[in-house]
Design a protein around this ligand. Structure first.
Ligand code: NAP
Length: 307
C-alpha cells in the first residue's frame, strides 16, 4: 500500500490512475483528509492505512500568491514536508518527496544536476528548498524528486490555460525567454511508481533525483505545440506572439532556465522519459476533445506566461 498526501492535485490524481492500471494499492488523501502540516493527522493516516511507502505530492503551488501568503506556503512546503518526513522516520517508512526546479535561480548555462547548489529566487522556491532540507535532516530513507513545468488534464495548468484562451482570443502573447521541459503529470506518476518499487527493495538508492520529460522548449514553444495539437479538434489557430519576461511582470521572479538533467534518475531506475511533445500532444487532444471547462484561476503559476 502506498499513501499519497496531496492526493487531489494534478500529480496525486495521476498517481491514483497509474496505480490502478498497474494494480498497485494506493490511497490518495486530499488536503481535507490530511493536512501535512498537522502531525496528528499525518500520524493517524499512516496508522490507518499502514503503507509500505509514502509519496508527498502535497504543496502550496501558487507561485505568485506565495509572495504575499508566505506563511501559508511555508506551512505546506516546509513544515508539511518536515512533518511527513518525521512521521515516516517514526515508523521506518520510505518517502518519495516531490520538489521543484524552482530551488534553482535559473542562471546556469545548461541543465541542472542534483549536486548543483540551490539558490531560490522566490518564496515558493525558498519554502520548497527548506522542505527538501527538512526531509534530509530527519529521514535518511527518502527520495527527493525534483520536476518542472507539470501539466495534466486535471487541475489548473499552462496547457489548460492556453486552450481556454485560444478558444476566444485571436492573439496570445507568450513568454519566450524562459526554457524548460513540459512534463506530463501522468508520466511523472509512472516514473514515481517505478522508482518507488525499486527503492523499496534497495534503500541504498536514497537521495535527490531529477525527472522531467526529455527535450527543451520555451513557454512560447509549449503553447505553439498545444495550439497545433488542438487545432484539428477546435478549429482555433490564434497568433502566438513571443514576449520577454520583462514584458509581463509578475509578483514572483521566475528562473530563466528550468532544465533539469535527469541522467541520474534514468541510470538508477531504468525509466526513460519521453520527448515533451509526446505528452503534450496526447493531453491536448484529451482536454480539447472532452471540451473540459478550463476555468480561470488567475493565481495559478502557469497563468503568468500568457498575456
Ligand atoms: N505544477 C508544477 O508545474 C510543478 C513544477 C515543479 C514541481 N512541482 C511539485 O510537484 C508536486 C505536485 O504538484 P501539483 O502540480 O500536483 O500541484 P497541485 O495540483 O497544486 O496539487 C497540490 C495539492 O496539494 C494540496 N495541499 C496544499 N497544501 C496542503 C497541505 N498543507 N496538506 C495537504 N495537502 C495540501 C492541494 O490541496 P488544496 O488545493 O485543497 O490546497 C493540492 O491538491 C508539488 O510538490 C509541487 O511543488 C509542481
Amino acid at each position: 500500500m502506498i499513501v499519497v498526501f496531496g492526493g487531489h492535485g494534478q500529480l496525486g490524481r495521476e498517481l491514483t490512475h497509474a496505480a490502478s492500471t498497474r494494480a498497485i494499492a494506493l490511497q490518495a488523501l486530499s488536503h481535507a483528509q490530511a493536512d501535512i502540516a498537522d502531525a496528528a493527522a499525518v500520524a493517524a493516516a499512516l496508522a490507518r492505512w499502514k503503507p509500505s511507502l509514502v509519496v508527498n505530492a502535497a504543496a502550496y503551488t501558487k507561485v505568485d500568491l506565495a509572495e504575499s501568503e508566505t506563511e501559508a506556503a511555508r506551512q505546506a512546503n516546509e513544515i508539511g514536508a518536515a512533518t511527513v518526513a518525521t512521521a515516516c522516520a517514526a515508523v521506518d517508512l520510505p518517502l518519495v518527496h516531490v520538489s521543484t526546479d524552482y530551488v534553482f535561480d535559473g542562471r546556469k548555462d545548461g541543465a541542472y544536476r542534483e549536486s548543483d547548489p540551490v539558490c531560490p529566487i522566490n518564496v515558493y522556491g525558498r519554502t520548497k528548498a527548506a522542505g527538501e532540507d527538512a526531509v534530509r535532516a530527519v529521514l535518511k530513507n527518502h527520495i527527493i524528486l525534483r520536476t518542472a513545468w507539470v501539466y495534466s488534464e486535471f487541475g489548473h495548468n499552462f496547457l489548460k490555460t492556453v486552450l481556454r484562451l485560444a478558444a476566444t482570443r485571436e492573439e496570445l502573447r507568450i513568454v519566450a525567454d524562459q526554457q524548460g521541459s513540459p512534463t506530463s503529470a501522468g508520466e511523472l506518476a509512472e516514473a514515481i511508481l517505478n522508482a518507488a518499487s525499486v527503492f523499496q527493495h534497495d534503500r541504498a538508492l536514497a537521495g535527490t533525483y531529477h525527472f522531467t520529460a526529455a527535450g527543451v522548449t520555451t513557454w512560447h514553444g509549449f503553447a505553439s505545440r498545444i495550439v497545433a495539437a488542438a487545432a484539428p479538434i477546435t478549429g482555433r489557430i490564434p497568433r502566438l506572439v513571443p514576449i520577454g519576461t520583462a514584458d509581463y511582470p509578475t509578483a514572483a521572479k521566475r528562473p530563466a532556465n528550468s532544465c533539469l538533467d535527469c541522467r541520474l534518475f534514468v541510470d538508477t531506475f531504468g525509466f526513460l522519459p519521453r520527448h515533451w511533445t509526446v505528452g503534450v500532444d496526447a493531453t491536448t487532444r484529451l482536454v480539447a476533445a472532452s471540451g473540459q471547462d478550463t476555468e480561470r484561476q488567475s493565481e495559478n503559476k502557469s497563468e503568468h506566461r500568457v498575456a
